[in-house]
Write a protein that binds this ligand. Sequence first.
Ligand code: FES
Ligand SMILES: [Fe+2]
Length: 378
Amino acid sequence: MYINFWYCAATSAELTDKPLKTTMLGQDFVLFRDASGKAHCLSNICTHRGGNLAGGKIHGDCVACPYHGWQFNGAGECVKIPSIGKDGKIPARTRIDAYPTEERYGLVFAFLGDADESERVPIMDIPEYGEDGWRANLITNSYKASYERGLENALDPAHNEFVHPTHGFSGVRDDYSVRPYEMRDMPHGGGFIALFNAPKLTSSETMNKLRNYDGDMEAGSFYVGPHQVLTTIHMTPTNWFHQYSYRTPVHEGLTKTYLINMRNAMTAPEHDEIIIKRQFVVQEQDIVVLEAIEPLVPPHSTARECLMPADKAIVHYRRYLDTLNTKGWRIDSVRVAADKGRVAYAIPSPGRKQAKGWVIDPIPLVDGKQFQSRQAAE
Ligand code: FES
Ligand SMILES: [Fe+2]
């Protein structure tokens, strides 16, 4: 798990007029809307004596801790300490980490880290969103596996034949192999387009209209950062699905997926139900496999697995993760787990670069230089 990315914290609909607790990167956060409706994201641990801010109430532009009523605004500043009276001076070190927050595509994103804006990988863009001729559906789910394994699965052209009976033939054809594909480098990631042969969709009339077609299907997978991936499925030369998937690690062994499924065919709302239902079936097929993979987190060294040419995209993704490891952005999950219940941590926010004196320790990270020397030794 890495700091310094925009993670989807909730859907816009989930964030109502009450504080909302959410866990990302193994840490708790409170989300709330201020009086103007703008969403904010703070570390959930009150700097007084560790109260659970998400259990409190919203007062105007602030969230109030349920324990002694301290109030924090969207910038993380403590603006009220009831016990010292209205003229009491509030020390600056009462501040709490506040994370840049953006609402887009019906989702609330928070930037979890202290990297400068120039270093931030953008939220994956959806150019078709709101465009004529396209229909959007939001699908959420969670699975008990690492998001890195989930991304690898999305980048894996060899699993369709076996995991998804709707996309493949379960290996019964003698002439099956994954056709060679070229990986393209892209800003903050990479991807490829592959051609494959798939059965006709006969499960329903709607599906039949989407692909009553014998030619090759074109499918693309493109990752942006360690946790965002676009899958393009061109059912026919004109019927397209573009699936934008934002994965949030709740912790190392639990992932939430926020998927925006864009389609340019069967765009009438009455087709949503069957298309979403089918999407869930396909996701479940992946989840069964993902939840049983060992080890949970992909190994650093490619020598620990026997990778084939079809795994080219996975190797590309792991090399990208190495660049993040070298930057020192990887959370030291072993140490965080060992300290659980005894030390509270916060993901460092951009504010830590502006001011000193923070009550909560920043989360331990794996040293980038140590990572490089360990890799050189492997
Ligand atoms: S613990 Fe939050 S106000 Fe005391
Ligand atoms: Fe899959």
